[in-house]
Design a protein around this ligand. Structure first.
Ligand code: GDP
Ligand code: IMO
Ligand code: MG
Length: 430
């Protein structure tokens, strides 16, 4: 049995992490969201019901799983409460099984406004954020002025801290962005209302996780975004504001690296990116149209069309290195079913010097073009296949090629959005 599993994205997000977390959580005691905020959109399809989670850990649809939102996450309490209510409507009752770190920083309405007005001002140079206030909330955390979940417990201190931070934001919003100012009393009233709903969930999640580890409970750590959106290792500045690579698990939970037994990189068999920034294998032709439509590549959070491209083996190898991945889970194999030919980028070429690179850092992607290998498609339906032996020969060969390019095994394959459309190549549960 693999005890503690990290599941994270190797690309630019939306690899299908939520589905895989949900699938693997059936054999786990805890599921932890450790970074990011409600910029994430994780889609689960269970018994024909589609559920999109932004902040609640994806394993909680299983009734015995305990969910944790740990210190590394930036939390909008109003969004959290909304999501708890949404799950209730679908008959998933999670309130007593969800715990929130007292040291997680809060996302408040002025963070969201600041995110949006800044993006507007940047115009064509905008990052293309999700507009969820993620950047400003993490800025406050690093600047040591955040309101944290634990601050909700003391109304007097909360009121003083909130007034100070609202003043700080109002100064900028009014003078730089000509935006209306916020009234801290209104925000305070809302916070106190939400506090009553979540009060019992606020705990020291680090201690809770240490105890779970001592008691030999299995834990799944659920990554958000993707490795190439990492604040340090991604395509800066077109990145998110947290560490979506493996370090985020450690700082975002207080669990040390020796307690991470298996690190699974979720990789979509083609690439997508929402928002701006470099994308070496991006397609602008009928294959883009095909992938968008067949893969339903529209953002789970903002509904924006995702840019699409071929699988990028250079980027994949970079992610494998960054995260010390144990294995890959490849997703959306079925989306390639009707393609006669499938390409994978295996190297980049410098367009000026013509030099070929097979390993590059994603910090500088200027003046490169992708070099592709072409594989025959299988032109057969793979949707919903649950056993590797039932896959067409060409699909099996294609997966072997990914393993060769990656240098690590493919332990799982996803063949559809439903929880059960999954092939376990290696039994992770024995
Ligand atoms: P996440 O952010 O990594 O959790 O991924 P998203 O949920 O944003 O996007 C993945 C999309 O692909 C969702 O609509 C999923 O329902 C869907 N999906 C996941 N795995 C598969 C698969 O193997 N095949 C197909 N066709 N769709 C999938
Ligand atoms: P999941 O967990 C895809 C992208 C945004 C933008 C950049 C910065 O569903 O994979 P932010 O709002 O974080 O400041 O935006 O990061 N982005 C995502 N793209 N999937 C996500 O999450 C994303 N979360 C943020 O589109 O380019
Ligand atoms: Mg998503």
């Amino acid at each position: 049995m693999q005890k503690n599993i990290v599941i994270l994205g190797t690309q630019w997000g939306d690899e299908g992490k939520g589905k895989i977390v949900d699938y693997l959580s059936q054999n786990s005691s805890y599921v932890v969201r450790y970074h990011g905020g409600h910029n994430a959109g994780h889609t689960l399809v269970v018994e024909n019901k589609k559920i999109v989670l932004h902040i609640i850990p994806s394993g909680l649809l299983h009734p015995n799983v305990i969910g944790i939102i740990s210190n590394g996450v930036v939390i909008s309490i109003s969004e959290l409460v909304k999501e708890i209510e949404m799950l209730k409507k679908h008959n998933f009752f999670i309130k007593k099984r969800l715990f929130i770190s007292h040291s997680a920083s809060l996302i408040l309405p002025f963070h969201i406004t600041m995110d949006i007005v800044r993006e507007k001002k940047l115009g064509v140079n905008s990052i293309g954020t999700t507009g969820r206030g993620i950047g400003p909330a993490y800025e406050d955390k690093v600047a040591r002025r955040s309101l944290r979940v634990g601050d909700l417990k003391d109304e007097n201190k909360l009121s003083i801290k909130l007034k100070n931070i609202v003043d700080y934001y109002n100064n900028q919003l009014v003078s730089i962005y000509q935006h209306a100012s916020f009234n801290y009393k209104i925000i305070l009233k809302d916070l106190l209302k939400f506090k009553n709903i979540i009060n019992d969930m606020i705990v020291d999640t680090t201690m809770m996780l240490h105890k779970a580890i001592q008691n030999k409970k299995s834990i799944i750590f659920e990554g958000a975004q993707g490795s190439l959106l990492d604040i340090d290792h991604g395509t800066y500045p077109y990145v998110t504001s947290s560490n979506s690579t493996i370090g985020g698990v450690i700082t975002g939970t207080g669990v040390g690296p020796k307690n991470l037994d298996y690190i699974l990189g979720v990789t979509k068999v083609y690439s997508t990116r929402v928002g701006n920034g470099p994308f070496p294998t991006e397609l602008f032709n009928n294959i883009d149209e095909y992938l968008s439509k067949k893969g339903n590549e529209f953002g789970s959070t903002t509904g924006r069309k995702r840019r699409t491209g071929w699988l990028d083996g250079v980027a994949l190898r970079y992610s494998i290195q960054l995260n010390s991945l144990s294995a890959l889970c490849i997703t959306k194999l079925d989306v390639l079913d009707n393609l006669k030919e499938i390409k994978i980028c295996t190297a980049y070429q410098d367009i000026n010097t013509l030099e070929i690179y097979t390993n590059v850092s994603f910090v500088n992607l200027e003046n490169i073009k992708p070099i592709y290998e072409t594989y025959p498609g299988w032109m057969q339906n793979t949707s919903g296949i649950k056993k590797i032996e039932d896959l067409p020969k060409a699909a099996k060969n294609y997966i072997k090629s990914i393993e060769k390019i990656a240098g690590i095994p493919v332990d799982m394959i996803s063949t559809g959005p439903d929880r059960n459309d999954t092939i376990l190549v290696r039994n992770l549960f024995v």
